[in-house]
Structure formats: structure tokens, C-alpha cells
Design a protein around this ligand. Sequence first.
Ligand code: PGA
Length: 317
Amino acid sequence: MMQSRLHAHIGTLRQLEILLAVHDRGGVSAASEHLHLTQPTVSIQLKKLSEAVGTPLYNIIGRQVVFTEAGFEVVKTATDVLDSFARLDMSLSSMRELKSGTLRLSVVTTSKYFIPHLLGPFCERYPAVDVQLNVGNRQQIVERLKQGVDDFYVFSHPPLDIETDSIEFLSNPLIAIAHDKHPLAKKRNLRLKDIADEPFLIREQGSGTRYAIEEHLRKLKIKLNTRMTIESNEAIKHAVMAKLGISIVSAHTLLFGGKSGLVQLKIKDLPINTNWYFVWLKSKRPTVIATEFLKQVEGEGRDLLRKELKLSGIKNQ
Ligand code: PGA
């Protein structure tokens, strides 16, 4: 952007509007009539504008207004400025009516399984709204939250040291999975200590799933035999199918991501009961779009996901 302080001397946009009216209507009296102002008011405002610009904008010759070269330049700029405001007005009102604008979401990796199911009905209802979905692990999404660029963040463990508001909208049971031919697959009443020697596959540092598993194991004073750290839920599922080990994942990774070749182990110390939260910065004023989306999540969105979770047959032990 070019640097200039001229705008700081120009009194008001109203003065530019008056100048344009004089130019377009061809005189002070026609402009006064058009703007419902008295002629002296129009003349005083134009005088102030000339003084601010530091040069005469027009001369009265005979009874005619004749613009100076500087006057024409100011008229050109006034047209651009007022056009920009007209465009701004149009885009703000279309945002108010949800005919344009953007919904920005940053969500943790594991929630990517169900977020699209919430976005589907919203996008259908408001096809002109652009959606930007950013996906990362918990640590990455905490960083985004600190920057505050998005409308909402989705976590199962929202950070406690940032001032946020949130709604809890769905349970997130973490369950143990094994490949369907695993010797423990059919066993009932297992305890976590029964799987302590099994090769265990776990998400990377910074993952919320890993954080919840480590907390749970710490409380129960159990150590698992971690064999591999894997940065993706899908890769973990495939590694389990490939008999590389067992794992604990969010039930949602099976519900919406498919579960063929996998079984849920029946372990009494599971599931780890966590919940999903929609989180937003307390200091950020919600846009009309964000408010509408939250309304949908709190209403039909939550119901839809609960129904699907029930139908899936993924049970809490
Ligand atoms: P993750 O997050 O995808 O980073 O594991 C899930 C969560 O916050 O529970």
C-alpha cells in the first residue's frame, strides 16, 4: 500500500459525496436539492474540502461550476472511494444473508471422520458459503487457536491455558482394536494388563489420542509394549490389519472410516471416555456464518452423529 497522509486531512466521506453530487448534478443548488441539504451547508463543506486538499476544486464562472484540474482528480478518487463502500455494503449484506463469506475450521486429525458429515447439510443449505477446513494433530491445532484465524476449532482435549468458549457435542470413546484373526479377538472380559505384552501401535507426540491413552495408562499404572509410533489413524488401522500389533483409537475412526478386517477388543478398562468439543476464542466476535453453523451443530448435527454412532454397533464396554 502506498503511504500518504492526505486522507487524514480530508474531513469526511460526506464531503466527497457532496463534491460528487455537485459534479454529477452540475451545480450547488441541484446538489443541495438532491442531498436534502441547504445551499450554504453544501458550500461550507466544499470550502472545507478545498482547504484540506490545499487547492481550489472549482470556480464559479458566470453561474456555472467549473472544476479545476485538481477538482477533477478529487472527483475521480471520490468516485473510487464511494464505489468501494458501495461494494463493501453489498458484500456485507450478502454475508448477513449467508449468500457469501467463509467458514473457517481447524480440526484435529481424528475428527476429520465426522466433521464432513456436519458440513454436508450446512453446505447444502448455504451453497454460496466457502468452507476452509484445516486438519492437524492436537498440538498443531492448539497453535492455530493461538493465532485465532479460524471460526472454530475441534478438540477432544481443549487447551486450558487459552481463554475459550466451547460446546461439548459428542462422545469420543477410545477403543482397542486388533486384526480379526488375533488370538484375543474373541476373548471376553479382558483387562488392559492382558495386552501389556502385545506390540502396541500409538500416534505421534502432539496427538490428542496419544495424550488421552497415556493419561489413562498412568492412572491405571499400566505400561504397554509400544512397538511403533504412527502419525495417522488410517496408517494405524492398516498396520493393525497387517498384524503389526494392536492399538487404541477413537471409535470414530472405525465408524466413519471403515472397520473391515478389524475387531474391537473387549477390554474392561476401556473405552477411555473423552468428548468432542467445538471451541472458539472468547475474544473473537463470531461471524453470521459461524453463528449459523454453531446453531446447526448444536441442533440437528449432534443428533445426526449420535444416531450414526448408535447404529454402528460400536459399543462402550
Ligand atoms: P489427534 O486428536 O487427532 O491429535 O489424536 C484427537 C483428540 O484431540 O482427541
